[in-house]
Design a protein. Structure first.
Length: 328
């Protein structure tokens, strides 16, 4: 059964190149012909040619493996023009080949017979729109999504009224917000323990406190990684003591006791655990008379979103984010 592949066209800039030459293409101009090459060869070539992009190599390797080996003749290909909000659809008619004469960057090619008709984004369901919104350069859709696209192509007289469009826009906006929150959590989880402490310190600074990390000399820090106060000296209340745990194990009740030990009722304690808290730890936190806030990865992501505008340049470099506007 033929697959439906999405190939990005730089927002639509490549569509004239695609349609005028009856093809679809991948870039990475430093690369050469991958005809007959296996995944490991492609990976090693990319590592050699793009050493500065080591983290992206596994994903790029998958793009090429799909384009060179897994795409088949008669598979369907879709690409998007964001300025027109139209999808171009065609059928792959050749095996993979390499040609560096047609374009100065996009040399990895497959021939395509493009349909004359395009598909308006407005006619596509929200679930499929959500999948089509993936930032990946090359990926495939499910069989159900393929059937939907082909059905729209055959029945392009489908019309949605304004109320349906408004409802779908709101639903899609909600999906984007939820997805962006999950992506943010993924970025945070991938931080090192050291950078996790820096992130928590940056949040406190963005809240208006003077926050400093405390070294663990002779294990005498009593479970405190960060200290914060309004004056930076701890002479003004509240004094805030923060412990950061970025590990696989959940925080225990003993961990909670260590943090709150020898603290006064005017002190404030924060325990950040990206892996959450055991049930006993939650009971311990509820029973203490020391003001204590427990932060998991969801609450941490919320704080980042709430205070990111006030982050310093160093804080934003630690976790680069871009502000976008979504209709509600």
């Amino acid at each position: 059964m033929e697959k439906l592949w999405i190939v990005r066209a730089l927002g639509g800039d490549l569509i004239p190149f695609f349609t005028e030459n009856n093809l679809v293409a991948l870039g990475w101009e430093r690369t050469n012909d991958f005809t007959g090459k296996n995944r490991e060869y492609i990976k090693q070539e990319l590592l050699k040619l793009y050493p500065e992009s080591k983290k992206s190599i596994p994903q790029w390797t998958s793009f090429f493996e799909n384009f060179v080996k897994n795409m088949q003749k008669d598979d369907i290909v879709l690409t998007y023009d964001s300025s027109l909000r139209e999808y171009y659809i065609g059928k792959i008619t050749s095996d993979y080949y390499y040609n560096d004469k047609l374009h100065n960057e996009f040399h990895h090619l497959r021939d395509v017979k493009w349909e004359e008709k395009t598909i308006s984004r407005d006619l596509i369901s929200n679930s499929t729109k959500n999948s089509l919104g993936s930032p990946l350069t090359l990926f495939s859709l499910s069989n159900d999504q393929k059937k939907e696209i082909l059905s729209i192509l055959k029945n392009d007289n489908i019309v949605k009224n304004d109320e349906e469009k408004e409802e779908e826009t709101k639903e899609l906006a909600g999906q984007y917000i939820e997805n962006s929150h999950e992506v943010l959590k993924d970025k945070i989880i991938n931080l090192s323990p050291d950078k996790m402490e820096e992130l928590m310190k940056e949040i406190l600074k963005a809240m208006g406190y003077i926050a400093k990390r405390r070294g663990k000399l002779n294990n005498s820090d009593r479970g405190v990684d960060i200290f914060a106060s309004k004056d930076g000296l701890g002479l003004e209340d509240p004094r805030i003591f923060v412990e950061v745990k970025h590990r696989k194990d959940k925080v225990s009740a003993e961990d909670i006791k260590k943090l709150i030990s020898e603290k006064s009722s005017s002190d404030r304690c924060i325990y950040l655990s990206t892996s959450g808290f055991s049930q006993k730890a939650l009971y311990q936190a509820d029973s203490t008379n020391i003001p204590l806030s427990l932060l998991d990865i969801d609450k941490l992501a919320d704080l980042v979103q709430d205070y990111y505008e006030n982050f310093s340049a160093e804080g934003k470099a630690l976790l680069p984010l871009k502000k976008i506007f979504i209709p509600i």
